[in-house]
Design a protein around this ligand. Structure first.
Ligand code: HEC
Ligand code: HEC
Ligand code: HEC
Ligand code: HEC
Ligand code: HEC
Length: 484
């Protein structure tokens, strides 16, 4: 008897003892070594010498084609982007100035290490700080610290910047790129160093993997999505889709063939057609037609990329001989990561469907935006939803600690959506399905753009008095006739 009783007593004692511990849940937050990462919460590092960074216009004197391709790219816009500035402003107000280093470590890295961190706004900043992810950010990247980060993965700018070294007669600039060193490379302005890193996704990883500034929860995981997918296995890197034109990107995605060296371009073109549109407005306002045309070209490229990304399949589902449901399969055909990716708690990609009978009467519809730009509650949307500490809905990156939902579509994967639609067999139906995309919900965009710091005047820069209805792009539009 006694021996049987004993373990029970023991177990219950343990239970009682452990209760206070469990109720004061201990947080498992990784510590950041501030000596190793002096700009924490950004994990950027700087090999400090007397060699400085140069602004893009200087590089552009000898590399005019690269300069033109990079201009008005999202990298060129990364700091001046008014959506970013609005959110940066809100971040600093919410949790204090230190968080600015985390944001700026990716949005304008050279400014952070040079101590040009003044918070949101443009006042008193050098052209280098204003130029965001500039030439000399990427081409000063000597190495990364992906295995030394708190998560032992690339995150929050875990790159080492080394713009140059001390030479016998003063500083010598060193630029890291794809070529083996050649006599005269850099024409006396800089030395050249061959960098295999620049030909892989690892270069992009540190900035395209955004983790929470304290808990290190992955918030934007484009790199990991890519790494866990078929493109990584088949040696198709970020550069092979984002540093080439549309036709070459399609070939990389469809045939897993890496582009030739001569095919690479500094476009870094993704999905953000809204920002290209704003850049075009700004260039026009400033009277720079050439830059406006450049931004417009990038707008068209982003739209074309979105329109090449997915595929739709619409099919009827019958039960007991009658039509019961419409099945829509959305395939991620050409995005190297999830579709959508990155800020997918903000980006909106959804299905709009309309089913009509032979006389044109609407039998069923879903996903139509109302006049105020709002999506209906029951919309079928592919996104993620962040939650804060108490597991309630949260949208801001300093609040999100987990995700309550994520139904973005993995690379080369698909997602099925069903719509109930009862009709006897033989009733002909016309079904129109659209896959639609915009950068954000209208209200979210209004909030962020409405919160830019005082020295950014949207009317003076972009010529906009109020936030217009956000443009929506149809990624695909399919009309099928079924149930005949
Ligand atoms: C690890 C690098 C990194 C850090 C840290 C980071 N960002 Fe970003 N941010 C990015 C990248 C990459 C994108 C582009 C993603 C995309 O376009 O989907 C982006 C996009 C954004 C956008 C969307 C811009 C637009 O035009 O739609 C906002 C807003 C933003 N970041 C704000 C912030 C704020 C505020 C912080 C700090 C709290 C921050 N970011 C920290 C890398 C970073
Ligand atoms: C986001 C990172 C990034 C930025 C910003 C960037 N580059 Fe590059 N650059 C790369 C990568 C990656 C390659 C290698 C791809 C290739 O083979 O062209 C490259 C290649 C190059 C090359 C050698 C390839 C050739 O065809 O000559 C030059 C020169 C160059 N970049 C100059 C520039 C200049 C000038 C700017 C600014 C106007 C710039 N880069 C901005 C990432 C970047
Ligand atoms: C005085 C002219 C000159 C200036 C200014 C200049 N470069 Fe270069 N750079 C060259 C030449 C010439 C080459 C070799 C041929 C080529 O790639 O165009 C070169 C090559 C490169 C390469 C390829 C290195 C490799 O080994 O793969 C990169 C990257 C690069 N430059 C980046 C930059 C950046 C960034 C700046 C601005 C900080 C800059 N360059 C400014 C002349 C210049
Ligand atoms: C130093 C950090 C940094 C590095 C390195 C970097 N990026 Fe970015 N990238 C950003 C930031 C920040 C943005 C977002 C700017 C914004 O939205 O305001 C961005 C935006 C982009 C976009 C545009 C996204 C859109 O919504 O249209 C693409 C595409 C992109 N990067 C690709 C790359 C590729 C490919 C590489 C590697 C060759 C790379 N990036 C390296 C920081 C970086
Ligand atoms: C096989 C081609 C392919 C590869 C490889 C690829 N992408 Fe993309 N990427 C796309 C397409 C297509 C889109 C537009 C659809 C979308 O937003 O997902 C896109 C969109 C993006 C966006 C904009 C997201 C948004 O909605 O704001 C970013 C940022 C980005 N890619 C970064 C990367 C990075 C970083 C890598 C490497 C880790 C990478 N991509 C690899 C094809 C690719």
């Amino acid at each position: 008897m006694k021996t049987k009783f004993f373990p029970i007593l023991f177990a219950s004692t343990l239970l009682v003892l452990s209760m206070p511990l469990a109720s004061v849940a201990e947080k498992n937050i990784p510590k950041v070594d501030k000596e190793f990462y002096p700009y924490a919460p950004s994990l950027i590092k700087w090999d400090k010498t007397s060699a400085g960074f140069n602004e893009p216009a200087t590089c552009g004197e000898c590399h005019p084609d690269k300069f033109e391709e990079w201009s008005s790219s999202m990298h060129a816009m990364a700091f001046q982007d008014p959506v970013y500035q609005g959110e940066l402003h809100a971040a600093i107000e919410a949790v204090g100035h230190d968080i600015a280093r985390q944001c700026e470590g990716c949005h304008t890295a050279a400014a952070v290490v040079q101590g040009e961190i003044k918070g949101a706004g443009f006042k008193g900043l050098s052209p280098l700080a204003m130029s965001g992810v500039s030439c000399d950010v990427c081409h000063s990247i000597k190495s990364h610290t992906h295995w030394q980060t708190p998560t032992h993965q690339p995150e929050n700018g875990s790159l080492v910047l080394s713009p140059g070294k001390e030479g016998p007669d003063g500083p010598v600039l060193t630029k890291y790129g794809p070529f083996p060193p050649e006599e005269g490379c850099g024409e006396g302005f800089h030395e050249c160093v061959e960098s295999p890193l620049h030909l892989t996704s690892e270069l992009c990883a540190s900035c395209h993997q955004v983790n929470h500034y304290e808990t290190h929860t992955p918030l934007e995981a484009t790199y990991t999505e890519w790494k866990n997918g078929p493109y990584a296995v088949n040696n198709i890197q970020c550069q092979d889709c984002h540093m080439v034109d549309i036709e070459t990107f399609k070939r990389s995605a469809d045939d897993f063939i890496r582009p030739q060296r001569s095919e690479y371009r500094h476009y870094f073109n993704g999905a953000n057609f809204l920002l290209y549109h704003l850049s075009e407005l700004a260039a026009k306002k400033a009277g720079n037609d050439e830059l406006a045309a450049n931004a417009h070209k990038k707008f068209e490229m982003a739209v074309a990329r979105l329109q090449a990304a997915a595929e739709l399949e619409v099919s009827p589902v019958y039960r007991n001989g009658n039509l019961a449901e419409i099945k829509v399969r959305v395939k991620n055909k050409r995005a190297g990561h999830n579709l959508p990716t990155s800020l997918n708690n903000i980006r909106q990609m959804w299905l709009e469907i309309t089913a009509k009978d032979g006389k044109g009467n609407i039998l069923m519809s879903s996903g139509t935006v109302n006049a105020a730009g709002k999506l209906p509650e029951d919309v079928r949307i592919f996104n993620s939803e962040g939650q804060h500490e108490g597991f309630h809905f949260a949208i801001d990156p300093w609040e999100i600690q987990s995700f309550g939902k994520n139904n973005t579509i993995p690379p080369k994967g698909y997602s099925d959506v069903y719509y109930g639609l009862a009709a006897p067999k033989g009733t002909p139906l016309t079904i129109e399905v659209k896959l639609r995309y915009r950068q954000a919900d209208q209200k979210v965009a209004e909030k962020l753009l409405g919160h830019v710091p005082e020295d950014i005047n949207l009317e003076a820069i972009y010529g906009i008095k109020e936030i217009p209805a956000l443009p929506i792009i149809d990624m695909i539009n399919t009309v099928v006739t079924i149930n005949k």
